[in-house]
Design a protein. Structure first.
Lengths: 268, 304
């Protein structure tokens, strides 16, 4: 990525964070921190990796559906969703809820319960192979999501079926609802070796570094499906939200909102 | 039924270039040879991974395919229940879940292999249809209906050796309609799936004992249930008997009773199904049915 592209992406993500916070002010609770954690991943997929045009565009699935706001603000930026859609998020008369819903423009699978995205991605990849369409299926999973057995079924199966066109990001913020994943479930680690042992091409990146994300994915082997273990910070971008489990599902107070906005001001 | 399914899916796939067959290590093996030979890329074995089988079926359907996901009934729908609900029903995708060995078709394998409450559970899901053919010919009609369906279907099959019971049926198969498979008057038996053979035997015994004639209907479409057809039956016959190899909680019997109330039916109505119990008993399928109270002589004692 060129430096002006990186700057633009960083600025866009600051704006996205401010937008998510503004929406949170209308609601008693919103998954703010989970969206901030994966924002650069979602942004990189849509703006730098995905082929969005043509007869057979690539697919994006937000398997960690509770990060929905990250996808919604990107779809608003792309004019797939309207500002009114986002203003009415989680409200009567709106068509967006707290999780992505199939049937809403830009949403290719309903998620919200964890462990569903990867099996669906395998099915899509098998279908694309049958119809001889070169389409990549990108998905963002959470690290806590990997505690679901269905993920490991699919990790095990995809390489056996020879399915290659899957890029699965793992939003590795080390937080689950009850605190640190590494403390609550120490045997979750090491993760990279586990997924690699299942036959995946595993890449490690800083999940808030656009250039690192894009370059890692572009440089993948393409001989097997790819998993990108992205080290992230839950609540990234707002100091008092970072690495605090409570912000998984909460809206800031008006005072907290002002502090957060100040931290997310455009760099001079 | 397994062989009949293999033949039917093969024929349907010859006519529809969008069918996929997914299996989870269980398949109608030998009889699938033709399918495997002609459509190798459209047969996927996920291994013992039913959640992934159903999730993949959803992904294929999202790409425009018509997948059939096949394994033993309990594994088809119970293990991956949330995939069935969220991926298939919530998204309303045209996936057929094939459950083989429904009811107590695996009498010697124990409760882990008995789908005795599957119709109730699948019927509770919005968008889901439930089909339970009574013989191989009806199964073939069901598979064609599934291949043309717009939403998810649970196709409930027996295991093996079901004879053809509908060759002389006065009515043909129509999705969503009751099917009269034997004429009669006075008494009417409503049944579905692999217990139909016993139901027809019961009809013959009632006729030889009472001298009257007994009508038999195959309720192959349990959801959407033909409510008007059921109401007509309740008014046409003086005695209606429901026989099902399924729990009485949420089965056909409970639904027919609702319809009887709603339509102010005046007939006598008897329902026979599996007990609301896990019975730790083995033997043949008939032995196990009898342990649940499902045997011609036990039923006759109640209704005659």
């Amino acid at each position: 990525m060129k430096s002006h592209e990186i700057k633009a992406a960083q600025s866009r993500c600051r704006r996205f964070r401010r937008r998510i916070l503004a929406i949170s002010q209308k609601l008693p609770a919103l998954h703010v921190a989970p969206a901030f954690s994966c924002l650069e991943l979602v942004d990189s997929v849509y703006f730098h990796l995905m082929r969005r045009e043509g007869l057979h565009p690539d697919t994006f699935i937000l398997s960690k559906g509770h990060g929905a706001m990250a996808q919604f603000v990107v779809l608003e930026e792309l004019a797939v969703l309207s500002s009114e859609d986002l203003e009415k998020c989680c409200q009567a008369g709106g068509r967006l809820g707290g999780h992505p819903d199939y049937g809403v423009p830009g949403i290719e699978a309903s998620t919200g319960s964890l462990g569903h995205g990867l099996p669906i991605a395998l099915g899509m990849a098998a279908g694309d192979r049958e119809s001889k369409q070169e389409r990549i299926i990108y998905l963002v999973m959470s690290d806590g999501e990997l505690q679901e057995g269905s993920c490991w079924e699919s990790f095990l199966l995809a390489p056996s079926l020879g399915l290659k066109n899957i890029v699965a990001f793992i939003d590795y913020n080390d937080f689950i609802s009850r605190g640190r994943l590494s403390q609550n479930h120490p045997n979750f680690h090491p993760l990279v070796e586990k997924v690699r042992a299942f036959g995946w091409d595993v890449l490690e990146v800083d999940g808030h570094d656009h250039a690192a994300i894009v370059e890692a994915v572009q440089g993948r082997s393409r001989k097997s499906p790819a998993a990108v273990v992205a080290r992230t910070i839950k609540g990234k971008g707002v100091s008092f939200m970072e690495n605090q489990a409570i912000w998984a599902f909460r809206s800031p107070t008006p005072e907290e909102y002002q502090i957060a906005l100040a931290e997310l001001k455009e760099a001079p | 039924m397994r062989d009949a399914f293999a033949r039917a899916i093969y024929r349907a796939t010859k006519d529809h270039d969008n069918i996929f067959l997914l299996v989870a290590d269980i398949s109608p093996a030998a009889s699938l040879d033709a399918f495997r030979r002609e459509f190798p890329s459209r047969l996927i074995d996920t291994g013992v991974a039913e959640q992934t089988m159903v999730g993949m079926a959803a992904g294929l359907a999202l790409r425009g395919f018509k997948p059939f996901a096949y394994t033993i009934a309990t594994f088809t729908i119970y293990r991956p229940f949330e995939q069935v609900r969220d991926d298939l029903c919530y998204q309303n995708l045209p996936v057929t879940l094939v459950g083989v060995g429904a009811g107590i078709s695996y009498p010697s394998l124990g409760g882990t292999h008995w789908a005795q409450e599957d119709v109730a559970i699948m019927s509770a899901l919005p968008n889901m249809s439930v089909l339970a053919p009574c013989d191989p010919a009806e199964l073939e009609s069901c598979v064609l209906a599934c291949a043309n369906a717009k939403g998810p279907i649970y196709l409930r099959l027996g295991k093996a050796g079901e004879p053809n019971l509908t060759e002389l049926a006065p009515e043909s198969f129509h999705f969503g309609k009751l099917r009269r498979i034997k004429e009669g008057s006075g008494i009417c038996l409503l049944s579905y799936g692999p217990i139909m053979k016993m139901t027809l035997n019961l009809a013959a015994e009632i006729e030889s004992r009472s001298g009257g004639s007994v009508a038999v209907f195959s309720v192959h479409t349990l959801k959407p249930l033909d409510r008007e057809g059921v109401a007509r039956v309740l008014h046409e016959f003086s005695i209606t008997v429901i026989i099902e190899e399924h729990s009485q909680c949420g089965g056909l019997g409970a639904q027919v009773k609702q319809i009887a109330w709603d339509s102010a039916a005046r007939c006598k109505l008897y329902t026979f199904g599996l007990k609301d119990e896990y019975i730790h008993s083995y033997g043949t399928q008939d032995d196990l049915r009898r342990a649940h109270g499902l045997a011609p002589e036990l039923i006759m004692k109640d209704i005659l």
